[in-house]
Design a binder for this molecule. Structure first.
Ligand SMILES: NC(=O)C1=CN([C@@H]2O[C@H](COP(=O)(O)OP(=O)(O)OC[C@H]3O[C@@H](n4cnc5c(N)ncnc54)[C@H](O)[C@@H]3O)[C@@H](O)[C@H]2O)C=CC1
Ligand SMILES: O=C(CO)COP(=O)(O)O
Length: 342
């Protein structure tokens, strides 16, 4: 049994706290809102984020970050990407010994184009950092919290830490694989949210299953194209954190990114959509980051470009998808074999 801190008491942080608690660990779940922490401790629920779920009694809500990370050697970060720099800067003041930081968030920072593991390594001094481990894969919190079968991948440059974190999370409902390709695992998890916004847009416009399959498949092609250019192993994109997460996010009603895209496709404005959601829709910031990064490194990402135009330049969603269909002729396999794998 280990004492573990989970930072971020939203849907995914709470679901991962449940997995760790089911495995017998003492879980400090940190959240900023006192009323929410009181609810977690008194009623063993987190109704706003996981309605109808009773939390195990070995999850302890804490509204002090200092107390949450006291005496722990593993910290699981699950805040939205936009809060990550602030959380890391708060955290660095409090660490007194080396910790392993696991992150389970999915995004890329606009302007810097950093992955989350890069932000962690930048912000936390190396004397306090044992290892950084990424946890990613097709895993909606709503299903994980109901102990429905789920598979994820953990990834680290530190093979020992990668296996220790696999052991910490794995159980009969939650199967954990390892894959040492940190870049591929993080980029697959972040970039799929852009395509999920596109799948939601298509559904919102009333397009069918053929369009969805096209977006998923050609979306994977452009994710893999950028990922490979950034140093990922192309085969990672055929795995859980690539096509696996892309499928679940583009096809599940649980997906916030799909739901946001769906509302945009039905004519709602972005600000109203984000207000309605009240939860992290990571694909919006990641679209901006990926659009900039792709331009910088000279990678073609036609779907991302159209989603960018819809989100940030108020382009009509129907025009955006029509323009994808009207692009110049291209070869499917040449794209993969010559541009991607060579
Ligand atoms: N919800 C899901 O099923 C999954 C989510 N993720 C990823 O996990 C991350 C978190 O997403 P969700 O839990 O869904 O979001 P959420 O919107 O459900 O919850 C986010 C939580 O973070 C808290 N928060 C925001 N800023 C904070 C700060 N500075 N310090 C501490 N807490 C802060 C919010 O108060 C909220 O409780 C995202 O990157 C998402 O892509 C990954 C896999 C599954
Ligand atoms: O990453 C997820 C599932 O693996 C969750 O996706 P959403 O953020 O779109 O809900």
């Amino acid at each position: 049994m280990e004492k573990i801190a989970v930072i971020g008491a939203g849907s995914w942080g709470t679901a991962l706290a449940i997995v760790l608690a089911d495995n017998g660990h003492h879980v400090n779940l940190y959240g900023r809102r006192n009323d929410q922490i009181q609810e977690i401790n008194d009623k063993h629920t987190n109704e706003k984020y996981l309605p109808g779920i009773t939390l195990p009694h070995n999850i302890f809500g804490l509204s002090s970050l200092r107390h949450a990370v006291e005496d722990v050697s593993t910290i699981v970060l699950v805040t939205p990407t936009k809060a990550m720099r602030q959380v890391l800067s708060d955290l660095k003041q409090l660490l007194t010994k080396k910790v392993t930081i696991v992150h389970a968030s999915k995004g890329i920072e606009p302007e810097t184009h950093k992955r989350i593991s890069e932000m962690i390594e930048e912000e936390i001094p190396s004397e306090y950092l044992n290892a950084v481990v990424v946890l990613s894969g097709p895993s909606h919190a709503e299903e994980v919290s109901r102990r429905m079968p789920t598979t994820v991948t953990v990834s680290s440059n530190n093979a020992n830490a990668q296996e220790l974190i696999q052991d910490l999370f794995i159980n009969s409902n939650f199967r954990v694989y390892t894959n040492a390709d940190v870049i591929g695992v993080e980029l697959g998890g972040a970039l799929k949210n852009i395509i999920a916004l596109g799948a939601g847009l298509a559904d919102g416009l009333g397009h069918g299953d053929n369009a969805k399959a096209a977006l998923i498949t050609r979306g994977l092609a452009e994710i893999a194209r950028l990922g490979t250019k950034m140093g990922a192993n192309p085969l990672t994109f055929a795995g859980l954190t690539g096509i696996g997460d892309l499928i679940v996010t583009c096809t599940s009603v649980h997906s916030r990114n799909w739901r946001a895209g769906n509302m945009l496709g039905k004519g709602k404005k972005l600000n109203d959509v984000l207000e309605d959601m009240g939860m992290a829709v990571e694909g919006v910031r990641t679209t901006k980051a990926a659009y900039q990064l792709a331009k910088n490194v000279g990678v073609e990402m036609p779907i991302t470009e159209q989603i960018y135009e819809v989100l940030f330049n108020d382009k009509d969603p129907k025009t955006a998808l029509d323009e994808l269909m009207a692009r110049g002729k291209t070869k499917e396999l040449e794209d993969f074999s010559e541009k991607l794998f060579l």
